[in-house]
Design a protein around this ligand. Structure first.
Ligand SMILES: [Zn+2]
Length: 364
């Protein structure tokens, strides 16, 4: 039986996305911090395949092709790889399909901001760079298209327009917070413009944490409802806590700790449970993760939304819902923690007695 497409799934129940790719591969030793280009798909295919499998097992309905930042412009600018974007993207498409077919997942081809727009080379040059990214996704027949991590609604509108030629569902997420886009377009107008440009899903990804994303999503939802627009709402937030960057255009990138000392800010799985519930309740129907969202975070989304999705993630065979098997521990103090209520009441310590809770963001 053919798999259901993205829009069919969304019409029935919430969809769980996958999580961080380059940032997680860097921690594991398979991506260069700085360029963040994904040549690992050719250099270390087993490592990338394993990460994608972990997302599938965690309950992701979607496997994104592991080729973020793989456009010729980006590869040339960072001069970090001897591979062409085409070679990386082809390998990424094949691998994503192979892993998705190990379960019931579908494949998403993602387009990201291009150098031609940054360099103000004009509409035609920008469209051409998107078209080159799109070609390989068409060749390998991905199930839907995603434009993600855009800082300007003007650029994502162009990208959406190019993606329409693929005649597949289109998702569009900006990397914006409450300030809106980098040209001063408000959150509300950004959401409306993405929907009117033809995106079936609109929302946000990266740069901000759960609480900031929830505020932005709420404003998007209100604005879309007011206009009578009905795209699905989507969110792929950071896996770190960073409330102090809410009013910084570059979000977590303005933290002194970014990108190499962010570990103390890692969200707990309980925080992900709470976020997934809150995001769903305000109307978000596609919930995944961006930088810092690891497989166990995606598992928390899938386990939290299991009642609405009417299915448990495959990982439940080894990792049942929050605390369920802790009563089997050999230690009595752990046995007593075998309930969701206990875990929802924990206030985690950082283990660093002299550290502040927040840092001072460094803006450009
Ligand atoms: Zn990200």
């Amino acid at each position: 039986m053919p798999k259901k497409g993205l829009l069919e799934r969304l019409a029935e129940r919430p969809v769980v996305g996958d999580g961080s790719q380059c940032m997680t591969l860097e921690k594991r030793g398979y991506c260069r911090a700085g360029p963040w280009t994904p040549e690992a798909v050719l250099l270390y295919p087993d490592a990338v395949r394993q990460l994608l499998r972990e997302y599938l097992r965690a309950g992701a309905d979607v496997i994104q092709t592991p080729c973020f930042y793989s456009s010729d412009g980006k590869l040339e600018r960072t001069n970090a790889s001897s591979f062409t974007a085409e070679a990386i993207n082809e390998a990424a498409c094949k691998m994503a399909r192979e892993v998705a077919n190990e379960g019931d997942a579908i494949v998403c081809g993602s387009l990201s901001p291009v150098q031609a727009y940054v360099n103000s080379e004009g509409t035609e040059a920008t469209r051409k760079e998107f078209e080159r990214q799109l070609d390989v996704f068409l060749k390998y027949d991905v199930d839907f298209m995603l434009a993600e991590f855009f800082g300007h609604v003007e650029e994502i509108e162009l990208c959406i327009d190019v993606m329409k030629t693929a005649k597949k569902p289109i998702a569009a997420t900006l990397r914006i917070g409450p300030l809106g886009d980098k040209n001063g377009v408000s959150v509300e107008e950004c959401a409306i413009r993405m929907a009117k440009a033809g995106a079936d899903l609109v929302g946000i990804n990266c740069l901000y944490d759960f609480d900031t994303c929830l505020k932005t999503l709420k404003r998007m939802k209100t604005a879309l409802d007011k206009e009578g627009l009905k795209p699905y709402l989507m969110c792929q937030p950071l896996g770190w806590r960073c409330p102090e960057v809410e009013n910084e255009f570059d979000g977590y990138l303005t933290l002194p700790e970014a990108p190499l000392c962010l570990e103390p800010r890692t969200a707990t799985r309980v925080e992900v449970h709470k976020f997934a519930r809150a995001a769903y309740e305000l109307g978000t129907r596609y919930i995944g993760g961006c930088c810092g969202m690891e497989p166990h975070h995606i598992r928390a989304i899938a386990q939290e939304l299991a009642p609405e999705r009417k299915k448990n993630p495959p990982v439940n065979d080894m990792c049942p819902p929050l605390g369920e098997m802790l009563n089997l521990s050999a230690f009595s103090q752990i046995q007593e923690k075998s309930s969701k209520d206990y875990w929802y009441s924990v206030v985690p310590g950082s283990g660093r007695p002299f550290n502040p809770a927040l840092s001072k963001p460094v803006s450009n």
